[in-house]
Design a protein. Sequence first.
Length: 141
Amino acid sequence: MRTVMAFGTFDLLHKGHIFYLSRAKALGDKLIVVIARDENVLKLKDKKPVHSEGERLNAVQALDFVDQAVLGDREMRKWGVIKKFHPTIIALGYDQWASIPSLQGELAKINLNPGIERIESYKPKKYSTSKIRETHFSSSE
């Protein structure tokens, strides 16, 4: 069985997220989605997500093609969730910061060697959380 793992914040779940996750699912038999912790979103994006990690977890888990959704590690770059599930493939979004060779090197240090695939974007000028946030939420949050 090929297990695929995808990562993200998934705040304001939209068609771009659905595209990314459905493409990730197509890479294997089982899709595990890792939802970023609220405190890590704040560190990475310098703003709180609109929805809490629990709400985001529930929204992603409700997608019929997602086999399992879990919360990510509290401490970034510790790889605990990856160690726990040993994915065959890691699917990265088009806008995720990780370079594939760098990520492969980090995971090889802990004896994990999943394939890593970057999923192309789906109409990023229309379907990105930052665009949706600009349109629907005031800048005075």
